[in-house]
Design a protein around this ligand. Sequence first.
Ligand SMILES: [Zn+2]
Length: 384
Amino acid sequence: MRCPRCLNEDPTYFYLGSKGWMCRRCVSFKRVLIMEEQVQIAPYELSVDCEEYTLDYPLTSLQKNVAERCAKMIFEQDVLIEAICGAGKTELVFPTIAKMLSLKKRVCFAISRRQVVLELQQRLAKTFTKAKVVKVCQGFTDDLFGDIVVCTTHQCYRYHQYFDCLILDESDAFPYKGNVVLAGIVRTSCKGHIVYLTATLDDYLKKRIKEKSIVHLQLNARPHGHDLPVPKKKVGLQFMLFYHLLRWIEMHREKPLLVFVPTIKMSQYLYYFLRLFYHCDHVNSKTRDLDTKILAFRNKKNNLLIATTILERGVTIENVNVCIFMANHPVFDEASLVQMSGRVGRTFKYPHGDCLFLCSAQSEEVDACIQKCQKANAHKMFVV
Ligand SMILES: [Zn+2]
């Protein structure tokens, strides 16, 4: 027996209700009968000629190469685009989306985080001006259909076997990462092929590459063409780390400095310590006025911001330098270290910057992240 929605095959999750067999693994989404014919959603009439799109700046030749290959290969099998932070990975799927729309196919852009859904919907609406781009996430579930549906991975349960092409962004981010139920729901919402967009590979994608069941496109260059800043590492006793941190702040004092810490408690301690010497602030998942604080940092009202992993993704601060305090802490894995160090050198105006990992012990994850950056600089593009 197999759940038609989350693809569960583990018999311990199945139970016989009064109406028939049910799957307990994905029951929180909506009850689904195992033998039930899945109800087809009323088809949405796609807009005519909505495949045109406008870009803020033209794609680089490397971006173009990857983007065109994706648009071609997606008709044959799933595609994985592994691109470093700041490589402009969203733009890489625009030709794929345009091609799908020209063939009157239904496109979905699924993302882990709600905030990104809201931002991306606006961006796609500006890019594909003739298409109807809808956002579907918590707070926005009245209008479910459009030429392009931008939704959280969670909301894919509403579209059983509906999409012809699904683009899954940030498959390495919470809550999608490692969640088998979400993975099943996303898979079954699409009857065509999936494009995976990510900066780091999880075990599932590594397995798919090994099996050669996915096209693997790799882009290791940012549009400005400069190398990815490679993080430096210092290992020492904790009091020495404080010393290194203070030295690092002194060295880069003129620039916006972002210090990542593994826990909320540590963000508070470090804030109380550093505010004795500097004008600074701290943010974590419990910070209520997060946007205001980020804006203040962006507008250079505070040159020093202490943050937990809440800021590891999606934030671009011009000319920022990054230090990760206790980078060897188990809270940080390779993916989050890659994301945090990926905040540095993203803009055309400031393509360089400094990134420092302060560790109280050696860590495989830290070394893997540094090696990944070095390898990326050695091979800008890679196609399998
Ligand atoms: Zn299920």
